[in-house]
Design a protein around this ligand. Structure first.
Ligand code: NOJ
Length: 718
């Protein structure tokens, strides 16, 4: 008998349900329910894990209670939201996605895991894999953007980074893929709202990143708060049991979201706690977070024979297996120890934070002002110019609020020869106009103005949906007053989503989307404006012209009446183009890249073959720069209309001025599969268009055709 079998034999019902109960330690409040002190419950074996606790001392102290004072001495595990760094705060996930660098996504997760493990944490509620195409939804900031392929690559990198190859090594932590599923498509962009989506978008867009996470061995999955077409995800048997468990074979732990089991009553699918507990258990939720509904509902459900003990046992077994995999039975104090804050490794981590932040910045427009050439006086103005805490974005984990380098500080140290001065002018939100004259005065005497506007950190993230994508407060008026001075202006946008500010982008001499860059925000901005680094961030989401275009994404299906068709009866707005202001993948650099000579090694390829693609990229600009090369495909004729373009790969190339490189990309034909009419994957032979270039704008892509034949062997067949 295994250790887990033995434990299961010994456990009382109460103790089993205890393992299925996650309580809060009260370190950070992340939802509407405040939990009290869980110590007594831990002693009584009524709690199996805690969230919102970190630090070697408190985690070890409470672990000791579980080990030494509970009847069976089963160790606890501690979960925490480590969304973009633990102590070292990296850029928010949306920003990090803009690097299009899986090696960096993995390294930041790895570093976050090291820091979190030093703080006694065993599991993070990350990565968030919600594909989202609606910037009103504040949680766009927490995920990798609009594309399922991108989200899948991101999923694999993050799971690898957090978990490594062996969860028991004490500098790794368990990852939780969330929020399963289609949480990024709430009605009206309002957080927690129902998603009424088709089975097709579920299978094509929202499920794939989770499939990748499961394939990468993710330890846990968190179902989303919302419902899909009337079935709350916390009780969604078809998706949790049938798809995740049976179809994908996911054998890890399902952890409910915060209080979500109790919220089944509010959803209107459970009449009381017993019904709520039954629904969640039936769907396969192993651990319920915070609501104590399992504790209150499962015993009665069992008494009335509405559930079977074997359902409870199955969950407890999965939870104990996770604890075993984390090495908790053998080394319950293995995590939580010396913090390496002063070490050489910590200095490397800080350098990594700066590198990722620099690479997250997207240059949206530039009339040649950037990089700045030896300015004498620079005015850094706007409400985000010298904000420290805001730079962290939402979910700052255990980050020290004193750590971030402000934009003003970063620019001051990047431009030591210049006189760099600062004034906020206005606040992010309130209407106070009294400091505007002073700010305009310092602008008047400057030769360049860096205008730092945008959102507050908590205007994105959870429960932060916005019905407008404009600059909040009186920032627009302030920006217009600054622009009216007629001086060169670099607009710096801090936000957790694209903002609809074409009026600003049109008039500023350069615009940078800096999202929320974390601890190294100011230094990263300094690296970009001085030209020490050429901007290499690319948009992981389409940037709308106007809110009326939302939801907006590049992978739309072709209409029978394309917008390009002449006349009135085409698929378009009568008052605005249908194209975004900036497409997915867009971003300028200090170089100028030109694509040519796209060749396909084999114009005809069998279903088991590979498509070999070569493209020539030249830097015709006058600075060394890095280009992100995107590979899209279009399935020309299929049994189900395919998107106009689908991302299938991306790669980077750095070239000096005048440099040219040949990029070779290999696309396995199997990547051309799609969910068929019955949602099972199909590969349909026929013509495919291969498109390569800088972003999802057809005009900017070079293309070639390839035919997939029914023959398995490459190049043969009819
Ligand atoms: C609610 C959020 O939806 C989820 O992402 C988070 O992990 C939990 N709260 C725990 O803080």
């Amino acid at each position: 008998m295994t250790r887990i079998d033995l434990l299961l034999e010994e456990m009382t019902l109460q103790e089993k349900i205890g393992q299925m109960t996650m309580s809060a330690a009260g370190f950070a409040v992340t939802g509407p329910v405040l939990a009290g002190d869980a110590t007594e419950d831990i002693r009584a074996g009524l709690v199996g894990s805690l969230l919102n606790i970190y630090g070697a001392e408190p985690t070890h102290r409470i672990q000791r209670v579980a080990l030494e004072q509970s009847r069976l001495g089963i160790p606890l595990f501690f979960g925490f939201d480590i969304i973009h760094g633990h102590r070292t705060i990296f850029p928010i996930p949306l920003a990090e996605a803009a690097t299009f660098q899986p090696d960096l996504w993995e390294r930041t997760a790895r570093e976050a895991a090291i820091e979190a493990a030093q703080d006694g944490v065993h599991l993070t509620f990350a990565p968030m894999l919600d594909v989202t195409r609606d910037p009103r939804w504040g949680r766009m900031a927490e995920g990798p953007g609009e594309d399922p392929f991108l989200a899948s690559v991101y999923a694999a990198a993050k799971v690898r980074g957090f978990q490594g190859s062996d969860l028991a090594t004490t500098d790794h932590i368990a990852a939780t893929a969330k929020h399963f599923v289609a949480y990024g498509a709430p009605t009206g962009g309002i957080d927690y709202m129902s998603a009424d989506i088709s089975d097709r978008s579920l299978h094509e867009v929202y499920l794939p990143p989770f499939e990748t996470a499961v394939g990468s061995g993710v330890a846990a999955i968190m179902p989303a708060f919302h419902d899909i077409a009337g079935i709350p995800m916390t009780a969604n048997e078809p998706l949790l049991k049938n798809w995740l468990r049976r179809h994908l074979g996911f054998s890890g732990v399902l952890i409910s979201d915060y209080n979500a089991v109790a919220e089944l009553i509010e959803h209107g699918v459970a009449g009381d706690v017993v019904e709520a507990a039954i629904l969640a258990l039936r769907a396969g939720i192993d651990i319920e977070m915070i609501s104590t509904i399992y504790r209150r509902g499962l015993p009665e459900a069992l008494d009335r024979a509405l559930i079977g003990l074997e359902e409870i046992d199955a969950s407890v077994r999965r939870i104990l297996r996770l604890k075993e995999a984390l090495g908790l039975f053998d080394a319950p104090f293995g995590r939580g120890g010396a913090i390496d804050a002063e070490s050489e490794h910590a200095a490397d981590r800080r350098r990594l934070a700066r590198d990722v932040a620099t690479r997250s910045i997207v240059l949206l427009s530039n009339n040649g002002l950037l990089p700045l050439s030896d300015p004498r006086r620079v005015a850094v103005v706007g409400p985000l110019a010298n904000e420290r805490v805001e730079m962290r974005g939402s979910w700052p984990a255990a980050g020290d609020p004193r750590d971030p380098v402000t934009l003003f500080e970063g620019l001051s140290s990047a431009l030591p020869q210049a006189d760099v001065v600062h004034a906020a002018g206005v606040s992010i939100e309130d209407g106070d106009w009294s400091r505007v004259d002073g700010a305009l005065d310092i602008c008047r005497s400057a030769d360049v103005i860096v205008l730092c506007v945008g959102e507050a950190a908590l205007m994105s993230g959870e429960a932060a949906s916005r019905a407008s994508l404009d600059l909040p407060g009186r920032q627009k008026e302030f920006a217009e007053a600054v622009l009216a001075l007629g001086k060169p202006v670099v607009a710096v946008l801090s936000s957790g989503r694209p903002l609809t500010v074409s009026w600003l982008i049109d008039r500023a001499h350069a615009t940078l989307a800096t999202w929320f860059l974390g601890n190294e925000a100011g230094n990263a901005l300094g690296d970009i404006v001085t030209g020490r680094a050429s901007p290499s961030g690319r948009l992981p989401v389409s940037w709308p012209r106007s809110l009326g275009q939302v939801p907006i994404y590049y992978a739309q299906r072709p209409s029978g009446r394309p917008a390009t068709q002449p006349g009135r009866y085409a698929s378009k707005y009568i008052d605005l183009p249908t194209t975004p202001l900036f497409p997915f993948g867009y971003g300028l650099s200090y170089g100028r890249f030109v694509y040519s000579d796209l060749t396909i090694g084999n114009a005809r390829v069998g279903r088991n073959g590979n498509i070999e693609i070569m493209v020539s990229v030249a830097n015709e600009g006058d600075a060394t720069a890095e280009e992100t090369v995107f590979l899209f495909i279009r399935d020309v004729v299929a049994s189900v209309a395919r998107p106009r373009m689908e991302l299938k790969g991306f790669s980077k190339i750095e070239l000096p001025p005048g440099g040219r490189g040949i990029l070779a990309l290999v696309l396995p034909v199997s990547a051309l599969q799609f969910p068929g009419r019955d949602f099972n994957p199909v590969l349909e032979p026929g013509a495919f268009e291969v498109l390569v270039g800088p972003c999802a704008d057809r005009q900017k892509l070079v293309s070639a055709n390839v035919t997939v034949s029914d023959d398995p062997v490459q190049g043969r067949g009819p």
